[in-house]
Design a protein around this ligand. Structure first.
Ligand SMILES: Nc1ncnc2c1ncn2[C@@H]1O[C@H](COP(=O)(O)OP(=O)(O)OP(=O)(O)O)[C@@H](O)[C@H]1O
Length: 400
């Protein structure tokens, strides 16, 4: 049985202080992620992370690690005493446990402990010939082996692992790039934008605008569910649920319907910025792409962006809808996103939205409203929901 997982991590470009911050953050995030597996021990040595299973299931722990940003690959491993017979035995066992069965292999040994009696080259031969003698249908291929068996002889023991492990998600550990405020709708795009921001190390809070009673409790629950799925990658997420009904009603009464969406979005930006500043976030994130819909033309982005000086990250800007949908399926949000519940934008959707709104015109129209008062009231009416990765399990176990 493999009792250890070896986790390798990336950004090659990181150096010095950044590197140790990256590593410490990664170890913390891995520990947090593996909390549901009591007894598991996470340690950092020689530029990798080792996870000791202590009886926890290899497959489940491995699966959890594929959701931790910063991880490059994940290999089942084992540690044995640095004794040639023990190493030989472990090498053979490890080869026999690989599925599907490899046809070719290569041993890549490294003697980090110089008082060990065999050199790296000798170890390659000793272990390779032992494996060949005790298996059938397996050949050595030094150039393109299906299995690269890595062996590292170190002071405290010898590590053996499959050099072509499961790929991790890459990226930077969540939290290493500061905090962002995600604008989370119930659609396909914003959860994908969240995933990409998390991938670059941003910690996440989210804001959702609803128009109760025009939008239903089910629509709100759907958004909480999406946030809940994102906790797999993000850890805890604070979700701010903002009432937009009064603002939308006022816009509808005072402004032409063609500017409804533009002005409503300007309010959303202002409120999101306020919540971001209050909560220590330094940027907003949206699921906008370029040219997808009327509100995502460059003119529209200008008219909307006009109300804020805070950076607005749009991680999907260069992606096609098809690509966005693929990521959405991969991260597990797609099925929830396509549930047909109404959104605050769709219930107030005008028949003739302007596709190229003017900045000046938007400002003029908005002057008919008491913007400050409306924004303050919306911020004051905001509810907070804490989403945590274990909520689903708790809900599930409370059924029994
Ligand atoms: N009700 C809402 N609450 C919070 N943010 C929203 C809301 N509606 C829209 N947004 C933000 O504005 C972006 C653009 O929304 P829009 O409806 O124009 O596009 P979309 O492509 O349908 O986006 P999505 O698929 O994320 O709903 C969303 O990705 C999201 O970041």
């Amino acid at each position: 049985m493999n009792d250890l997982i070896l986790v390798r991590y990336g950004e090659l470009a990181l150096k010095g202080k950044n590197r140790s911050e990256f590593e410490n953050r990664l170890v913390r995030n891995i520990r947090e992620k593996l909390k549901p597996f009591p007894g598991v021990r996470v340690t950092k040595t020689y530029g990798r992370v080792f996870v000791e299973l202590n009886g926890q299931p290899m497959d489940d722990v491995t699966q959890a690690l594929t959701e931790v940003f910063g991880v490059i690959d994940i290999s089942p491993a084992r540690r044995v005493e640095s004794d040639i017979n023990r190493i030989r035995e472990a090498a053979l066992q490890l080869v026999q446990e690989v599925h599907p069965r490899p046809r070719t292999f290569k041993v890549i040994a490294k003697r980090a402990r110089k008082d060990f009696p065999h050199t790296s080259q000798e170890l390659n031969h000793l272990l390779g010939s032992h494996i060949l003698k005790n298996t059938e249908g397996l050949q050595v291929d030094v150039h393109h082996p299906e299995l690269a068996l890595r062996v590292e002889v170190r002071q405290e023991g010898t590590y053996l692992y499959n050099g072509s492990g499961l790929p991790g998600p890459g990226g930077l550990p969540v939290g290493s790039s500061g905090r962002v405020m995600l604008m989370l709708s119930g659609g396909i795009d914003s959860p994908v934008a969240a995933y990409l921001a998390l991938k670059r190390g941003a910690a996440l809070e989210a804001v959702h605008f609803h128009s109760y009673p025009f939008t239903s409790e089910r629509a709100r629950k759907k958004v909480e569910d999406l946030g809940q799925i994102l906790t797999r990658y993000a850890g805890k997420i604070k979700l701010h649920v903002v009432p937009l009904t009064e603002i939308q009603t006022q816009i509808r009464e005072q402004c032409p319907s063609s500017y409804m969406i533009t002005i409503m979005r300007r309010f959303m930006m202002r409120i999101t910025e306020k919540l971001a500043r209050k909560n220590g976030a330094l940027a907003m994130v949206t699921g906008e792409s370029l040219g997808q819909v009327a509100s995502q033309t460059l003119e529209s982005m200008n008219a909307i962006n006009d109300v804020t000086r805070m950076p607005v990250l749009r991680p999907l800007v260069g992606m096609d809808k098809q690509e966005i949908m693929e990521v959405s399926r991969k991260i597990g949000t797609y099925e929830t996103s396509i549930l047909p519940y109404e959104d605050c934008c769709t219930v107030f959707q005008p028949k003739n939205p302007v596709t190229r709104p003017g900045v000046e015109r938007a400002r003029e129209l908005e002057a008919r409203l008491d913007v400050e008062k409306l924004v303050t009231a919306a911020v004051e009416g905001t509810e907070r929901v804490e989403l945590t990765p274990d909520r689903q399990e708790e809900e599930f176990s409370s059924l029994f």
